[in-house]
Design a protein around this ligand. Sequence first.
Ligand SMILES: C[S@@+](CC[C@H](N)C(=O)[O-])C[C@H]1O[C@@H](n2cnc3c(N)ncnc32)[C@H](O)[C@@H]1O
Length: 219
Amino acid sequence: MKKLIRIEGIPNFAASIYSFIARKNPCIKDIHKEVVDEVSLNIYSGRILDVGTGPGYVPIEIVKKRNDLKVTGVDLSSKMVKIAVKAARKARLSSRADFKVANAGNLPFENEYFDFVISTLSFHHWSKPAEYLKEIHRVLKKGGKVYIYDLRRDTPKEVDSEVRKKYGWFLSFLLLKIIRAHSSITVKEAEEALSRVDADFSKKGIESRGVVIKLYFIK
Ligand SMILES: C[S@@+](CC[C@H](N)C(=O)[O-])C[C@H]1O[C@@H](n2cnc3c(N)ncnc32)[C@H](O)[C@@H]1O
C-alpha cells in the first residue's frame, strides 16, 4: 500500500473526533457489530488481542456478549487508550477489557499468549503489515486465529447502492466518499499485503463482504 502521507498513530485531536463518530455513526456501529458477532462465534474461550483498538468499543462489546472472555486492546495513540480505559471503567468491565499503548510491531506480551487476534479499521494505517503480522504470529497460540477487518475501497456498484439504500444519502456519502477516501484498502492491496506475509501461518486468505475486507490467518 503506497501512500504519500501515512499517519500510523491517530493524533490526539483526531482520537476524540473518531471516538465520537464511531459511537454515533450507524455505518461504523454496524461494522463493529458484525465483527463482535463473528469473533464471539469463532472463539471457544480465552484471551483476545485487539490491535489498533482505538476507543475500545469492539473489545467492550465482545466482553459484554461473552463473560468468559478477556480482551486486551493495544493502540499507538495514548489518547485512544485513555478513552478506551474510561469506556471500560464506565461499563464496569475493566477486569476483562484492558488497554495498553503499544505498536503492532512490538507487542508487550510473551510468546503464544493469545487465543485470537483481531483488528478493525486499522490495517490501512499499518506501515509494515508483514512485520506486524510476524509479531502477531509470535503472540498467538498454535491453532489460534487472526481476523483483520478494514473498509474496502473498490466495491462493486451494487454494494454502494445497497449502502445508499440502507443508510440514506448523507451517511453513505460520509462512509463511501469521505471516510473511505483515506481509510480503506482495495482487494489488490490486501492480496499484495497477504503475499508478503512470511510468518508461518497454516492458512491465510481474504474475504470480501459488502464494504468490509477481512484478512484471516490460522497459526
Ligand atoms: C480508525 S482507528 C480504528 C479504531 C478501532 N479499531 C475501531 O474499529 O473503532 C485506527 C487505530 O489504529 C491505530 N494504529 C495504527 N497503526 C498502529 C500500530 N502500528 N500499532 C498500534 N495501533 C495502531 C491508530 O492509532 C488508531 O487508533
